[in-house]
Write a protein of this length. Structure first.
Lengths: 335, 526
């Protein structure tokens, strides 16, 4: 199908341009930042290290070269598939990211999916019973969560379920003191529960509120009134006629929040010591670890960009009137 | 099954589950779980700086410090410095093996020092000329100039096997230390077990798990009975879980303000930022602040009692001189200011020749302890007529003003090298070392003699003289280059069944240092 081929080719071309742009801007920003990577690396050792040693460290990382040379060296290595060396972790960037991404992918993916499904359902229910107790409970829940520090919720869960009740483990992706190869699937799932719950309940509120607002619009539209006049209940209308229409904002919010997964990753790492890329991202930034920072920035760009493409394609599935291949804009939702 | 039967079954199961761990508690435990932080991002490679705080654990060092910081031989059985102070000759212990069973010889020691010097890590060996193994048991290290603080590396640099060392070593360390690595899941936990080839005193704890949890989660882990040793910040030190005791380690983890010593005469540092401060350049102001501080009140209010007053950069370490301290006396502080010509102005702030005794004190805004100290300092100086404005900033912002504005820094180390870096005139303005441009020819002279001493112990009197030699020094009694305020206690919650014995005076850095004496820990419950 030439139309679809053109769509994909165009998207890929734009993605390539975007990645190059992100790389250049991220590199420039990292170089302009006042963070001195050598000082950041030394930390408390700073009073024992003299100027000669500092020069040696800078030379080891190639920081003694002009900025343009550094960027070109990075670019040419990248062309041969080498993402460079992370000074912070003293390991190849690919290894740093690989060992962390694999561990947290399940957690992030599941949390993202659950918050989407549950958030959407709650939004539909709240709108259907607008003004009732059910709506109020869901709205209070959503508003409270949207304005609560995520860190605090996670600690509360930990104190409640892990310390007071002892149902869930206090930390990590595997039992304390057990070798990675001895860990069973059940144990992995057991350690996944609390971080998953914490991350899921946090992602729900945005989607629930967006869905609710859209659904209320739909339920007050002409075609909903017409269906009601024919004897359909409010729930019937919501499920049979509204859900598909209301899915559009939910899809948008859900896929736009892909970038926020890193935020969730930081939370899981800080509170539950669950492995992830969050702390690596922070370390790369505050310690001026440019190769790692660039790789993460480009990876995030790729994920978010792909997510948006998927969202665009899903629009067409949710609403057949939208033909993205033809480049048609979204039309007003009507009967 | 009826509801009641179901409930009974559930209760019975949970009772059984609760019983199982307590049954295993009856015998002396040989496994511990420690949540004391300190995960090194770049792995366990001494060549790059692993083990500079506390013990390298996987590797062993030439010398070691006992709990009272006295020196004991470790890998080295004899060590001597030549008369010109340029050549160390070190005899290596016989029969030592790495955790993989291969022998450790003088070659490995020479390799470790040579490799470290050129590796570009956090270990500064730039004063070393060469390290050579002259036979199986002897290493000769040549220095470029007399530099007694080089021995710091004998205590801190873990020896790596020359044959095994290479890329990836940091994540699979092999050494001759008391433990060997079993598994490290980054960001989660490190599991180690006793090294069967270890030549020294074995700890009764054969397997350790280090949890790399945050402070709150570590405390939660202790409350849930999952961790045995937890490091806690002073602010949480009163939240001790049931079944634990509090172990408080004295420290030289200090906080104080550095005074710009020069007048601001338009001079600029390498970054183009101003040097000097007209108010703090006056010795009367610096001495009055040292006299007027109520350090005990700082400890009580800001550290909730979990600290000690600080008078110098290395309180109670063998190279510090308590005679340099001044006794706190507000009246004396005021008299000193009066005599120096600082007369109280209309608003209570003193003035001398049109110059108000007012300046900012900068602290890193991310650190609540330093913020508290800066605010308290400002309050305590008001009655003296010195107006201090506490200001929070980022480390980058601090970088721009640290040569012209007093900054609240924190230091603390097991090496007198740090004292040297803070007060030696040649280090003025280089990075954060001697940020105040402290300069005193007598102090520099004592430093030079200390660095040329025949041994570390023999150098102690010279370091002490640099602090106060009866006439001058860097201490509050002398030129008062700093106003040291407090030393932070390091607080640990330790399961009541564990006796950790005497702890060392710990350096800057809370957590890992407690493992330095792990071979003396005991399980004391029946």
């Amino acid at each position: 199908m030439p139309v679809w081929f053109r769509f994909v080719a165009m998207r890929l071309f734009r993605l390539a341009l975007l990645l190059i742009g992100v790389a250049v801007v991220a590199f420039a920003l990292a170089k302009m930042s006042p963070v001195d990577p050598v000082t950041a690396y030394l930390g408390p050792n700073i009073a024992k290290v003299g100027p000669e040693q500092r020069a040696l460290i800078a030379a080891r990382w190639g920081l003694d070269q002009p900025v343009a040379t550094q960027f070109l060296a990075w670019l040419s290595n990248l062309a041969s598939g080498d993402f460079g060396w992370s000074a912070t972790y003293n390991a190849p960037v690919v290894d740093v990211i690989g060992s962390r991404v694999a561990a947290s992918a399940a957690l992030m993916g599941l949390a993202w999916m659950f918050s989407g499904v549950i958030g959407f359902s709650l939004g539909v229910i709240a709108a259907t019973f607008q003004g009732g107790w059910c709506d109020r409970v869901i709205r209070v829940y959503a508003y409270v969560l949207a304005s609560t520090p995520t860190f605090w919720i996670a600690i509360l869960l930990l104190m409640g379920f892990s310390v007071a009740l002892g149902w869930t483990p206090v930390c990590c992706a595997a039992p304390i003191g057990l070798l990675p190869e001895e860990v069973t699937l059940i144990q992995r799932l057991h350690h996944l529960i609390l971080p998953l719950v914490a991350l899921s309940i946090l992602g729900i509120s945005q989607i629930a509120l967006h869905t609710r607002a859209k659904m209320i619009d739909i339920l007050e539209s002409d075609f909903a009134t017409y269906a009601r006049a024919q004897g359909a209940s409010r729930l019937d209308v919501a499920l049979r006629h509204g859900a598909r229409n209301a899915a559009l904002p939910a899809i948008t919010v859900l896929f736009a929040s892909l970038g926020e997964l890193f935020g969730g990753s930081i939370l899981a790492e800080q509170v539950f010591s669950y492995p992830g890329l969050g702390s690596a991202t922070i370390a790369a930034g505050v310690r001026g670890d440019v190769p790692l920072l660039l790789a993460i920035a480009m990876g995030t760009t790729l994920v978010v960009s792909l997510g948006n493409t998927i969202a665009d394609s899903l629009y067409a599935v949710a609403d057949p009137r939208i033909d993205i291949a033809a480049g048609a804009p979204l039309r007003e939702i009507g009967p | 099954m009826s509801f009641r039967a179901c409930l009974t079954a559930v209760l019975a199961t949970s009772a059984l589950a609760a019983f199982l761990p307590s049954a295993s508690l009856a015998a002396p435990r040989t496994e511990l779980v420690l949540a004391i932080g300190g995960e090194p991002d770049d792995g366990y490679d001494p060549v790059l700086g692993w083990g500079r705080y506390g013990h390298p654990l996987f590797q062993s060092t030439l010398l070691t410090r006992e709990a009272d910081l006295s020196t004991s031989p470790d890998l080295a059985t004899a060590w001597s410095l030549s008369d010109d102070r340029l050549t160390w000759t070190i005899t290596i212990r016989d029969g030592v093996k790495f955790s993989d069973g291969t022998p450790l010889t003088a070659k490995d020691v020479a390799f470790t020092f040579t490799e470290t010097a050129k590796s570009g890590g956090t270990v500064d060996l730039s004063v070393m000329e060469s390290a050579v193994a002259t036979d199986e048991h002897t290493v000769v290290i040549k220095l470029k100039r007399p530099w007694i603080t080089f021995v710091e590396n004998f205590y801190a640099l873990g020896i790596v096997p020359a044959a095994e060392y290479g890329p990836g070593y940091a994540r699979k360390p092999v050494g001759s230390g008391p433990y060997r690595m079993v598994s490290w899941t980054e960001g989660e936990q490190l599991i180690v077990e006793a090294n069967p080839f270890y030549y020294g005193k074995m700890s009764p704890f054969k397997r350790l798990t280090f949890l790399f949890t945050g402070e709150d989660t570590s405390l939660a882990a202790a409350s849930a009975g999952k961790a045995d040793v937890v490091s806690v910040p002073a602010t949480l030190a009163d939240a001790m879980p049931h079944g634990f005791t509090t172990v408080v380690a004295d420290t030289v983890d200090n906080r104080g303000i550095v005074f710009p010593m020069r007048r601001n005469e338009g001079e600029k540092d390498a970054g183009g930022y101003p040097i000097g401060n007209d108010v703090t350049a006056d010795i009367a102001i610096r001495k009055a602040i040292n006299l007027g501080l109520d350090r005990k009140a700082l400890v009580d209010a800001v550290l909730l009692g979990h600290g000690t007053p600080a008078y110098g950069p290395a309180d109670d370490l063998p190279w510090s001189n308590p005679e340099g301290r001044v006794s706190e006396d507000e009246g004396a502080a005021k008299a000193l200011l009066d005599a120096a010509g600082w007369a109280p102005g209309a608003d209570g702030v003193r003035v001398k020749d049109g110059l108000r005794a007012a300046f900012d004190v900068i602290y890193p805004s991310s650190d609540s302890v330093r913020q508290g100290l800066a605010v308290m300092l400002s309050e305590q100086m008001k009655p003296l007529g010195i107006a201090i404005t506490p200001k929070g900033d980022t480390w980058e912002g601090i970088d721009r003003v640290k040569h012209s504005t007093p900054v609240l820094f924190g230091w603390g180390s097991h090496s007198p090298q740090e004292v040297y870096s803070l007060y030696q005139s040649g280090w003025a303005g280089i990075e954060s070392y001697n940020a105040g441009y402290f300069e005193n020819a007598a102090v520099d002279g004592h430093f030079e003699k200390a660095q040329a001493a025949e041994s570390l112990e023999a150098s102690y009197p010279f370091w002490r003289q640099a602090e106060w030699d009866g006439k001058t020094g860097f201490s509050a009694r002398g030129d008062a280059g700093w106003a040291w305020m407090v030393n932070l206690d390091h607080v640990y919650f330790v399961r009541a069944c564990i006796d950790v014995g005497q702890t060392q005076i710990e350096p800057h850095g809370h957590g890992w240092p407690i493992t330095a004496t792990i071979q003396n820990w005991r399980w004391i419950c029946e």
